[in-house]
Design a protein around this ligand. Structure first.
Ligand SMILES: Cc1ncc(COP(=O)(O)O)c(C=O)c1O
Length: 480
């Protein structure tokens, strides 16, 4: 197997106009995010891009147009494949906000027409704020996933939200979650979550997997019967999430096939059921040699649904995806300056950056996850193989991740050298935490939110990072 390609892998300079992927490209020795010159944000030696000043490093970039492009692209893919195979159901794009719950992200997904998928009681408050701001209109579905047993804030809050926004579909993880909905007396559409997370070849293997998510087949039928028996509940959606970042289309469908069969059997008995929700799992490029055939996946999914539904003589359902990583991975980048080069008789020279890798991208440390790393300037100079070190004193604060075989090349020239980590917009900030105190008490970086106005010009908003005082206050040294 080839290694994940995380950057430029040669000692020779990057050719002018080299295209790394669909949003990163080189021009005149600089790296551009679409047409945004990233080094210019720090050095300001070329034409102003609308920012009007330079910023200190490190800096987080939130590039909102990318989110809209991703949502639009997936809609186009499903529209094209539906037309091609003659699929009679509709496609619903939901954003799974656990991937990135920042206001500007949720606002952008809603602005692009996405439905809303949530997992906790605070998410309900976010939905409420979005409704108040007119961003979550009545026709949008709100899918309430996550554990919500009777007596929890989340269960009670879902019932409250129902009074403000009718189009809510709580997805039942466990039989016990039905009671608060029944007791509310409110007319809820309900989803049922199948226990099916992880690889499996057939229903038997799926049933015996070690997973806490969803209900086994027996419980699922009981939940369906209880829902049908409740005068105020309507069985609407079947939920079958089989994994995360599933990079092989055939595997994806092999794992979805047993749930699709169960959906069709349920549909025979409960005609109100009309949404097949495959949850998350759609992968995103986090490296430069990522390949996934999105059309191929959509084609396999829709044709499998057609084939199974034909066999059971039921209509095909609407299809919903809850896109978390896919929506938000690529809109996020984190930029650093190389502040020191240290050979230290090591196999490769250490390039030390002015921030922490392990706290900024916890998956690289915890799961050996790879992300794209490229220089922002000096791309037209020779490169050499290096290793990156964060500025904390932690031996794990390094990149590439420890067991990795992927080489990392950066320019030999390190005067004012800036680098970027890319495709880090999903989960990393949520796992590392926003605000609070971080490893080695490093303050959080400034954030630059990038958008475009109607004329296509860049618009920038700066969210200030933490000051030393913020960190000290947070740790109890400064009482306010
Ligand atoms: C219920 C549910 N839906 C959707 C998602 C989003 O998954 P992904 O980021 O793979 O799209 C998750 C992630 O854990 C999830 O638990």
């Amino acid at each position: 197997m080839t290694h994940p390609v995380i950057g430029w892998e040669r000692e020779t300079p990057v050719p002018t106009h080299h295209i790394f992927n669909d949003y990163l490209n080189a021009r005149d020795g600089r790296l551009y995010f679409q047409d945004l010159d990233l080094a210019q944000l720090f050095v300001g030696d070329r034409q102003d891009q609308g920012l009007g000043k330079t910023l200190p490093s490190p800096l987080e970039i939130v590039y909102l147009p990318k989110i809209r492009q991703k949502i639009e692209r997936m809609r186009q893919i499903f529209a094209a494949v539906s037309a091609e195979v003659g699929y009679a159901g509709r496609f619903h794009y939901a954003y799974a906000s656990k991937a990135n719950a920042a206001e500007e992200v949720v606002r952008t997904t809603l602005g692009a027409g996405a439905h809303c998928e949530m997992s906790s009681t605070v998410d309900v408050e976010i939905a409420r704020l979005m409704i108040a701001a007119g961003r979550l209109p009545p026709e949008r579905m709100v899918i309430c996933n996550g554990f919500k047993p009777a007596g929890t804030d989340y269960a009670a809050n879902i019932v409250r939200l129902k009074r403000e926004h009718d189009n809510i579909i709580p997805v039942i993880e466990d039989l016990s979650e039905l009671l608060p909905l029944i007791e509310s007396g409110l007319p809820f559409d309900v989803g049922l979550r199948q226990k099916c997370y992880g690889p499996h070849q057939d229903q038997a293997e799926m049933e015996t997997a070690n997973s806490r998510f969803g209900m086994d087949v027996d419980n699922l039928w009981q939940a369906a019967a209880a829902t049908a028996a409740a005068p105020n509940l309507n069985l609407k959606l079947y939920h079958a999430m089989v994994g995360s970042q599933i990079v092989n289309e055939a595997d994806f469908l092999t794992w979805l096939k047993p749930p699709i069969e169960i959906y069709a059997r349920l549909r025979q008995r409960y005609p109100s059921l009309n949404i097949f929700d495959f949850g998350g799992g759609v992968p995103v490029p986090m490296t430069l040699n990522f390949t996934f055939d999105y059309h191929g996946f959509a084609r396999l999914l829709l044709t499998t649904l057609q084939e199974v539904c034909r066999r059971y003589d039921v209509p095909v359902p609407d299809v919903m995806g809850e896109f978390g990583r896919y929506t938000t991975s690529e809109h996020g980048a984190h930029l650093f300056k190389v502040v020191m080069v240290k050979e230290n008789v090591s196999r490769l020279p250490w390039y030390i950056i002015d921030g922490s890798i392990m706290t900024s991208f916890p998956d690289s440390w915890a799961l050996s996850e790879h992300f794209i790393v490229l220089p922002l300037n000096h791309l037209d100079k020779p490169f050499r193989r290096v290793q990156l070190g964060g500025i904390t004193c932690d031996s794990d604060d390094v990149y590439p991740p420890k067991p990795s075989q992927s080489p990392l090349y950066l320019p030999v020239e390190t005067d004012d050298l800036y680098i970027g980590f890319f495709s880090i917009g999903a989960y990393q900030e949520m796992l590392g935490g926003v605000r609070g105190s971080k490893h080695c008490v490093l303050p959080e970086a400034n954030e630059l939110i990038v958008d475009r106005d109607d004329a296509g010009r860049y618009q920038f908003q700066i969210l200030p990072g933490q000051s030393t005082g913020d960190v000290l206050r947070n740790l109890g040294y400064i009482k306010t």
